[in-house]
Design a protein around this ligand. Structure first.
Ligand SMILES: [Zn+2]
Ligand SMILES: [Zn+2]
Length: 398
């Protein structure tokens, strides 16, 4: 049996090492080498590097079972300058593990070591270390690189740390749990000119201001009130100057929703409002609408399985159904286009700085919880048969 106290000490060292050398999406060279070296050190049968750029897939087989499941962690950091003064703070200027992916990678490595040494399951486990979660491109890159054909699996699990939720607390929910993220850009074109003679042209700034206001009616007036949507304008840029009216205005923003139909409806209403507003100001509008992240929809049956596995790791009264989905997005959703899965939240502590904050740090006290949850779901979904034909389910620390 693996000594959990010594595994935890190792994991804290790995996590702080990863934290000190954060790497941006698709640039996780040091991180993926670190991951691959560890998996080999744990005696993995098969470690594939360079999957979808910098992704790593480790495969562990035990027994004769032909079922397979995947566990996934993300490895990338953010372009944020760390403000904390911890000894292991970022050595890479302008880059920081501000979303705890250093912790996620470490928790999955811990589970890899635990399962490689102890077994306690029958079948195949794929350990997916994905690049570029933050900009929603890494999962698609791995899938595009033949992930499902080369390393097939039938279901997938992943987790994210959650500031504000105490360490040792677990939450998930069936159905929508993380939102879609759509981006949009609306370009208004008119005729700029002298600030003192607006009637000589068709300037775009007043039209843009009206459009920003009109866009607020998508959620408030055009969606069913029981549906959830967010439309946020985040930038308004013109080519005007102190005494010259702009002939060009660009409006950029971000929309969130939890159902593909809502995303479709937001785009449709945005196009109607942009065209109508532009017409009324005698300018033109061109809308570009892109889908960066799809909504993350948990499979109800596998959510029950995740709760059952969680009961062998977390105190019963620390396990909860997440009250509402979160309007942030997760690249994990892309895997769910191929197989059912479940994504869960584990506490990063009540005192934790928010995700993507320059003072954020992953809480090492949560490491073993995530590792043991990964191992528990594997042993539950791929139970091993003991000699007498009885199913043995290992629960780790009991
Ligand atoms: Zn993030
Ligand atoms: Zn994240």
């Amino acid at each position: 049996m693996v000594d959990l106290a010594s595994l935890e000490r190792d994991m804290i060292a790995w996590r702080r090492d990863l934290h000190a050398y954060p790497e941006f999406g698709f640039e996780e060279k040091r991180t993926s080498s670190f991951v691959a070296a560890k998996l080999r050190e744990f005696g993995f049968d098969d470690v594939a590097e360079g999957i979808g750029g910098t992704g790593v897939v480790g495969t562990l087989k035990r027994g004769s079972g032909n079922r397979s499941i995947a566990l996934r962690a993300d490895m990338d950091a953010l372009r944020i300058a760390e403000q904390g003064t911890i000894a292991y703070r970022s050595r890479n200027a302008g880059l920081m593990h501000a979303c705890g992916h250093d912790g996620h990678t470490t928790m999955l490595l811990g589970a890899a070591k635990l399962l490689a040494e102890e077994g306690g399951f029958d079948g195949t486990v794929r350990f997916l270390f994905q690049p570029a979660e933050e900009w929603g491109k890494g999962a698609l890159a791995m899938l595009g690189d033949g992930l499902m054909e080369r390393f097939p699996f039938e279901e997938i699990y992943g987790l994210h740390n959650m500031p504000g939720q105490p360490v040792g607390h677990f939450a998930t929910r069936a159905g929508s749990i993380m939102s879609a993220e759509d981006n949009f850009e609306i370009v208004l074109k008119g005729v700029g000119g002298h600030a003192a003679r607006p009637h000589w042209g068709n300037e775009t700034l007043v039209a843009a201001c009206a459009l920003v206001t009109n866009l607020q009616t998508i959620v408030s007036r055009r969606l069913n009130p029981t549906d959830i949507g967010v439309v946020s304008v985040t930038e308004l840029i013109t080519d005007g100057t102190r005494n010259a009216l702009p002939g060009l205005a660009r409006i950029l923003g971000d929309a969130r929703s939890f159902q593909p139909e809502i995303s479709t409806e937001i785009e449709k209403q945005m196009r109607i409002i942009a065209a109508g507003t532009a017409l009324s100001y005698n300018v033109t509008a061109e809308v570009t609408y892109t889908r960066e992240f799809v909504p993350l929809l948990n499979d109800a049956t596998l959510v029950d399985q995740a709760f059952a596995a969680a009961r062998s790791v977390f105190d019963a009264d620390h396990i909860a159904t997440a009250r509402e989905p979160m309007t942030a997005s997760e690249d994990f959703a892309r895997f769910l286009d191929h197989v059912p899965g479940c994504f869960v939240f584990v506490g990063n502590g009540k005192e934790s700085a928010p995700l993507h904050n320059p003072n954020y740090d992953f809480n090492d006290a949560g490491l073993l919880f995530g590792t043991r949850f990964h191992a528990a779901i594997v042993r539950q979904r791929l139970p091993s048969l003991s000699g007498d034909g009885k199913i043995t389910v290992h629960h780790g620390m009991e």
